[in-house]
Design a protein around this ligand. Structure first.
Ligand code: URA
Length: 446
């Protein structure tokens, strides 16, 4: 078998056989296929797509490319959650401690930033000392002790995804249904969880731009999860504008800490509540969403969720004093305020452009080995549906380089659209719930 023939076949719209997909995945793993040919096949898949059978085989082979965790000594069920990626998406930092505080163990593998979206692991690493690489024994010990640990994808778990993830990030091949589905689900099949709640986002800040595309991605992933014996559901959620106010690593950690104290922005709190409740139901800690929601609210109000966050930070080597006194996080040297050029109602905020301005400031990577500047990013003050007067502050850019800061302001300013008519806000961030029984649309105005 020859990788060039496989690339040509996919480039020309062909369907890859099980053997061809195995040949590719094994060649990535043992490094016999060079990165330029891997990237070429990723681009061919991007343009030609894959059918359900191809995605299932790719996912399974990627999951089997490394260790498959199992936690015989831990309490089950273990429920995992994974987001398809968004701008300002720091939900894992909040819902993992909430769910752990409600008695459901969290043993979570998270990712780094991808494309214009941020990653939980980069955010956690902005806490001085926080170790996102633990051995399997350390990981299990943390979960056994406090019911919570979040680590990055180790070299041993779905190692082929690690290679593909890094290459997709820098070759324009991120927003592809088969590649996202195989990337997420290969890690979920290998991570020792029993049930999975997926957060599949749609909108300008997501890889899937429309709800229909996100529902399709959700259906593919829910199918893979359930076919592999894991109870899997997906919440299709709104990413038509940045989630919450903060975009950028330590700014987002600070917002997550606010949320754990019950003081996060309303849209972010609503999303955390919906996802954490879904996890409690999936993990059989609650019978209904309503019961789960009460448990979540109680975990926040009692401070139990915040205590779990602190326990996780302490167990993973992080300096807890930063969590207790978030003002200790190093601030960027420059703050640049952006004001509304005219009055009206904010009708749209292109979240991809906001994500790109954060990337431009240094909050993410352009090349796989780029270092991250944890302090830079944006704080958004006006969101869709807010009324602004000319000169009102729209957002603040936190920068360590004036030229980059000014460019980020220009880019993020252009992300705003205005209207003179009233813009209705949805009452829920959840657009639809996808389970093996089908798709249930949420009513926006209930
Ligand atoms: N998260 C992942 O783990 N992989 C993707 O491809 C997108 C989001």
């Amino acid at each position: 078998m020859n990788i060039v023939d496989i690339i040509l076949k996919k480039r020309n719209g062909g369907v890859l056989s099980e053997e061809e997909i195995q040949f590719f995945v094994r060649g990535v793993k043992d490094e016999t296929i060079p990165k330029y040919q891997i990237s070429a096949l990723l681009m061919a898949i991007y343009f030609s797509g894959m059918n359900a059978q191809e995605v299932a085989v790719l996912t399974r082979e990627m999951a089997m490319s490394g260790d498959r965790l199992s936690f015989p000594n831990l309490r089950h069920p273990i429920v995992d959650k994974h987001s398809s990626g968004g701008v300002g998406d720091k939900t894992s930092l909040v819902i993992a401690p909430i769910v752990a505080a409600c008695g459901l163990p969290i043993a979570k593998l998270s990712g780094r930033g991808l494309g214009f979206t941020g990653g939980t692991i980069d955010k956690l690493e902005s806490i001085p000392g926080f170790r996102t690489e633990l051995t399997e024994e350390e990981f299990e010990k943390c979960v056994a002790q406090d019911g919570i640990a979040i680590i990055g994808q180790s070299a041993d778990i779905a190692p082929v995804d690690k290679v593909l993830y890094g290459l997709r990030d820098v070759t324009g091949t991120v927003d592809s249904v088969p590649l996202i589905a195989a990337s997420i689900m290969s890690k979920k099949l290998a991570d020792g969880s029993d049930a999975i709640v997926l957060d599949v986002k749609y909108g300008s800040g997501a890889f899937m731009k429309t709800p229909e595309q996100a529902i399709h991605l959700a259906e593919v992933m829910v199918g893979i999860g359930n076919d592999n014996g894991k109870k899997t559901i997906a919440l299709v959620t709104d990413m038509t504008q940045p989630l919450g106010s903060a975009v950028g690593n330590s700014l987002e950690v600070r917002e997550a800490i606010d949320a754990l104290h019950g003081n996060g922005p309303a849209d972010f709190m609503a999303e955390c509540l919906a996802l954490a409740s879904a996890m409690l139901v999936a993990g059989e800690k609650a019978d209904t969403q309503e019961q789960a929601r009460k448990m979540v609210e109680e975990a926040i109000a009692s401070g139990a969720a915040f205590e779990k966050f602190k326990a996780m930070v302490r167990n993973q080597g992080g300096d807890v004093s930063y969590v207790e006194e978030p003002q200790k996080f190093e601030e960027a040297q420059l703050r640049l305020e952006a004001t509304a050029p005219k009055g009206g109602m904010v009708a749209s905020i292109d979240a991809e452009e906001i994500g790109k301005s954060s990337l431009l400031l240094g909050a993410g990577r352009r090349k796989t080995d780029d270092a991250i500047d944890f302090a830079v990013g944006l704080l958004i003050h006006k969101k869709v549906g807010d009324t602004v007067k000319k000169g009102d502050s729209l957002f603040t850019v936190y920068a360590n380089d004036r030229a980059k800061g000014e460019e980020a302001v220009r880019l993020a300013q252009s992300a705003y659209g205005y209207s003179n008519s009233v813009i209705k806000k949805r009452h829920t961030p959840v657009y639809a719930v996808v389970s093996r029984d089908g798709v249930m649309l949420e009513t926006p105005d209930a």
